[in-house]
Structures are given as structure tokens and as C-alpha cells.
Ligand binder design. Structure first.
Ligand SMILES: [Zn+2]
Ligand SMILES: [Zn+2]
Length: 347
């Protein structure tokens, strides 16, 4: 008899078709003991040295406008370039390469240097949702763009040196690894069952309840059964939508709301501005319908036990398989009991 709370076991991720090793016997109650609190840093609303603040200059002498809500611009250090000519090499199927055209952009969420999604009001986050949708449509409509990746890297521990609230969009010709894996598994599932993999998964989770973190009328945030980051979450819409562009007015408000509630719970967990990589997965923009796709957001936060103790993906995880100690169920329970009043405002 498999007891998920006691026995070492592995769990299957049906989206990527990879396994994660779970070792719940090592630490059944990860939040026991002293939780070290990081000093609360208070940032200025405007930083004259920040290349994202309104009116400041960026690389190459470009000046940001005096924007009042959101601001989008082409990345000055873009990893992908739109004019890249087509070309490929293949030597014995071993040395294989091809050119990759694309467009990289940066989106500032707010003119305020010191805010985060958790601290922004819902109306301001909604403006970001609208901009995400607009950019997804605009970039996805270009003939050489088949995938649009919107993602936010938050916190120095994630390699993000600028605290100004912003995200990036990398859009390109080929379908990247993670999206290709998820497209393949969702396609196969849809073809064999006639329903979406993630829609059916959400039904199971809402029935069980143990991995749900928070819900509103349109979205559910949960710790996926197969999560490997300690407090990883997956945000799913309650109806079928293949991309952010398919959401109506109320659903966009719902998305803004659920993002605020998830990030506030994260910040309150260790009373620190919680670092994470977050991004949306949605249908490829290759012109096909992709009814198998269900729009979703992944949050991958690295913190494990406190504001300073992070999980490292090293050793066994680099060479064999991801592994976790605290179960998805206990992580969800911990996030569920968090307040939705941000700790910076509550004291
Ligand atoms: Zn700034
Ligand atoms: Zn995904």
C-alpha cells in the first residue's frame, strides 16, 4: 500500500511526461522550528539609477517615456533578432543547428520602482493582463513567430538584479522544449479522451481539495501533484481557453485577482518578497487551432524553509531526477493558511 505521506515514491508529470522523486519521510513538517526573517528593505518609489523607471535612460541612450501605468519596449539586449536569415547545418545528425528569428520585449508593470504584483492593486494588475493579451496577439500574428513566452523573473536569487516590477517576452519561430513537451502530451490526451488534459486534471483536484491553494470565480491556484519546486503552483482557468486572448473582461479581472492572491501568500510565507520564475503557457501561435491546449501559469519559487534557505537543483537532480522532501499536499496546506493581507501592510 502506497502511503503518499510516508513512503518514498515517484510521481508522474503528465504534462512533461517526466518523474519527480518524493521523500516525505525526511521531513513531514517542514515549517517546524525557527523561521529566520530577512530584514525588511524599503525601496524608493523612484530610483534615478534604474533603467526601467519613467523618464530614465536605457542602454544606447534611449529615454523611457513618463509612463503612468504599463510600458513595453524591445529589449535592448535581445537574445533573439527578427531579421535573422534562415539557415541550418547537419553533420551526421550529430552536429545540428538552425537559425532562430524572434523578438524580445520588456514590460514594466508599474511606474513605481518599489511595488511587486503582490503589492499592486487589482486594477493596475488588470492593465498588465490586457497588455499581456495584446502582446500575445500582436507578436503571435507575425508569420515568423510560432511561440510567445511571457515570463517574470523575480528576485536576485533568480538572477534578476532589478527589483522594478517587470517581465519579459521572448517570441520566436520554433516551439521551445517545455512548450513542445506540453503540446505533445496535451495533443495525445485530447485525441484519445476528447477532453483536455489540464481541464480533467483540474476536475480531479477540485474534487480532492488537498492541493488547492486559492480559487476565485474563474481561476484555481494549486500545488500540482507532480510539483518539484517546494512551493510550486499552477494557475488554471475554470473554463476551456487556449490562450490569454480568449479571456473576457471578468476573466481578466479574475486572472489579476488570482495572481495577486498567490503572490501575497508567497510573500507572507517567509515574510520576504518571494523570489520566483513565473510564466504563462498557452497555445503555439503557428496558426493551428490547438483545442488540446489549456492556458495556465506556472510559478517556480526556489525558497524551501525560510527567506534564506533555497532549494538547489544539484547532484541527483542534475544527473538523475528532480526530488523533493515536503509533499505537494503539505506545501498547499501551508500556502492555504496564509493571510491575504500583505505582511508589509499588516504591521
Ligand atoms: Zn525602477
Ligand atoms: Zn505548462
Amino acid at each position: 500500500m502506497l502511503d503518499l505521506t510516508t513512503h518514498p515514491h515517484r510521481r508522474f508529470n503528465p504534462l512533461t511526461r517526466e518523474w519527480v522523486l518524493v521523500s516525505p519521510h525526511r521531513t513531514k513538517r517542514p515549517w517546524q522550528g525557527q523561521v529566520e526573517k530577512a530584514p525588511r528593505e524599503k525601496l524608493a518609489e523612484y530610483d534615478p539609477g534604474c533603467y526601467l523607471c519613467p523618464g530614465n535612460s536605457r542602454a544606447g541612450g534611449k529615454i523611457n517615456p513618463a509612463y503612468t501605468d504599463t510600458f513595453v519596449f524591445d529589449n535592448d539586449f535581445a537574445s533573439l533578432l527578427p531579421g535573422t536569415p534562415a539557415g541550418a547545418i547537419n553533420e551526421s545528425d550529430l552536429l545540428v543547428a538552425e537559425t532562430e528569428p524572434g523578438i524580445c520585449r520588456v514590460i514594466c508593470f508599474s511606474p513605481r520602482h518599489d511595488l511587486t504584483v503582490a503589492q499592486m492593486d487589482r486594477g493596475s494588475i488588470r492593465k498588465v493582463v490586457d497588455l499581456w493579451a495584446g502582446q500575445y496577439v500582436e507578436l503571435g500574428a507575425k508569420p515568423f513567430i510560432n511561440h510567445v513566452q511571457i515570463f517574470e523573473n523575480r528576485g536576485a536569487v533568480m538572477g534578476c538584479s532589478n527589483p522594478h516590477p517587470h517581465c519579459q517576452i521572448w517570441s520566436n519561430h520554433s516551439i521551445p522544449n517545455e512548450a513542445a513537451k506540453e503540446t505533445a502530451s496535451q495533443s495525445e490526451y485530447f485525441a484519445s479522451k476528447g477532453s483536455t488534459l489540464l481541464g480533467d486534471y483540474l476536475k480531479l483536484e477540485r474534487g480532492a481539495g488537498v492541493r488547492i491553494v486559492v480559487e476565485n470565480d474563474h481561476f484555481t491556484a494549486l500545488v500540482p501533484f507532480w510539483a518539484f519546486w517546494p512551493f510550486e503552483t499552477l494557475v488554471l482557468p475554470k473554463r476551456h481557453a487556449t490562450g490569454i486572448d480568449e479571456f473576457g473582461d471578468e476573466e481578466r479581472d479574475g486572472l489579476a485577482d488570482i495572481l495577486k492572491r498567490v503572490t501575497t501568500r508567497y510573500d507572507n510565507l517567509f515574510e520576504v518578497s518571494f523570489p520566483y520564475s513565473m510564466g504563462f503557457h498557452q497555445r503555439p501561435t503557428d496558426g493551428a487551432e490547438h483545442r488540446e491546449w489549456l492556458f495556465h501559469a506556472h510559478f517556480y519559487p526556489p525558497l524551501l524553509r525560510s527567506a534564506t534557505v533555497k532549494k538547489f537543483m544539484v547532484g541527483y537532480e542534475m544527473l538523475a531526477n528532480p526530488q523533493r522532501d515536503i509533499t505537494a499536499e503539505s506545501a498547499a496546506a501551508r500556502l492555504r493558511e496564509m493571510s491575504e493581507t500583505h505582511y508589509m501592510e499588516s504591521k
